[in-house]
Design a protein around this ligand. Structure first.
Ligand code: SF4
Length: 347
């Protein structure tokens, strides 16, 4: 709920666009913003920092510059291109949607938000970003930056996870979009940019903000009260054993069949229950003759789960799973970060 009546959204675009034109960062996806390039960048940027995304983005575009090439890419190559970014369902959905684009839209991106949202993995935010940035349509894209900026401007204490709040912001912002295509594209990005560079989560740089004149939080010194975030749930904790099983051919790798990271490669792992030990897990895989070299503990945090991992390096002559040479694992096989960290035990 807003503190001082209804906020005047129409006062945002002019000062923000003027600021954006002189302060925007040069980012690879801002050059030649085709729907495909905008889409891939937005999917990569979900849950990942801009600086971390740059290199991945350039590599991905170099390898898969078109919808057709993304649709036809072999899974292992695709996962390798994504390795380290995490949240692998994002890249699987990218490929699924690329195939849908070929079948349903002749490989061309549809130009309405509703049709964009009908593609796998494309939600309201990504559809808004593609529609406005690539097609210059007056369609808002509300991400965490936008929630933060607008909730501070309007001192709105609605919890940002409330779906009605997203709908409200989409509606109010879309109604004040500028008239030209270029301005529409820039307006979406100017909101992102203000949130990233000035109206940051901690210590917003209000002195250099182009919107101080219309900002309720600035006027009342309430910047730290907004946005109102949902209460964090406690993460479930799991005790995981991950095994570097060294055989004469290399190290064992297998595909995860269920649970977190289902369908991804792993060093064979097991969630420990009821007093299971690494030895009992190995015995369960038919391994009785092995030599333990080393153990190392580390933690990996997923969105809802915390893994306390014990990595156990063992040597054996009889491999319970397929083995691969270390070079091949490092260069050609995609491994989620949770497992890649196991390799540090070898140093
Ligand atoms: S004045 Fe400060 S709190 Fe308000 S939008 Fe600008 S940076 Fe954010």
């Amino acid at each position: 709920m807003q503190k001082d009546g209804k906020f005047q959204f129409q006062r945002i675009p002019a000062p923000l666009l003027a600021w954006y034109r002189t302060h925007k960062r040069s980012l690879p996806w801002r050059e030649d913003p085709t729907p495909y390039r905008v889409w891939v960048s937005e999917v990569m940027l979900q849950q990942t920092r801009v600086e971390a995304v740059k290199e991945y983005y350039l590599r991905f575009m170099d390898a898969l510059p078109t919808v057709e090439e993304l649709a036809a890419c072999e899974e292992e190559k695709l996962l390798k291109l994504w390795e380290g970014l995490g949240y692998y369902s994002r890249v699987r959905n990218l490929q699924k949607a690329a195939r849908e684009l070929l079948v349903r839209f002749d490989g061309e991106f549809p130009q309405t938000k509703a049709e964009l949202e009908s593609l796998s993995g494309i939600g309201s935010y990504t559809a808004g970003a593609i529609a406005s940035i690539a097609f210059g349509l007056p369609v808002a894209a509300v991400d965490g930056n936008v929630f933060r900026v607008i909730s501070r401007l309007s001192e709105d204490d609605t919890v940002i996870s409330d779906p009605k709040y997203r709908k409200y912001l989409e509606r109010e912002l879309s109604a004040v979009y500028p008239e030209t295509k270029r301005d529409c594209a820039d307006f979406t990005q100017s909101l992102f940019e203000l949130g990233a560079l000035i109206c940051k989560p901690q210590n917003p740089d209000c002195k250099n903000c182009p919107l101080t004149g219309i900002c309720g939080a600035y006027k009342n010194g309430t910047q730290t009260c907004f946005p109102v975030l949902p209460q964090k749930k406690e993460k479930r904790r799991e005790e995981v054993y991950a095994f570097l099983i060294e055989t004469p051919e290399g190290f064992c790798i297998r595909r995860r069949e269920n649970g977190v990271l289902k369908g991804m490669n792993e060093f064979p792992s097991h969630v420990a229950e009821n007093g299971e030990t690494p030895e009992s897990v190995l015995n369960g895989w038919g391994m009785y003759a092995f030599n333990e070299v080393k153990r190392k503990k580390y933690t990996h945090i997923f969105t809802h789960i915390r893994w306390d991992i014990t990595c156990v390096w063992v040597q054996t002559d009889v491999a319970p799973f397929d083995s691969y040479a270390l070079d091949e694992i490092e260069e050609g096989i995609s491994l989620p970060t949770a497992f890649k960290q196991c390799l540090s035990i070898l140093q």
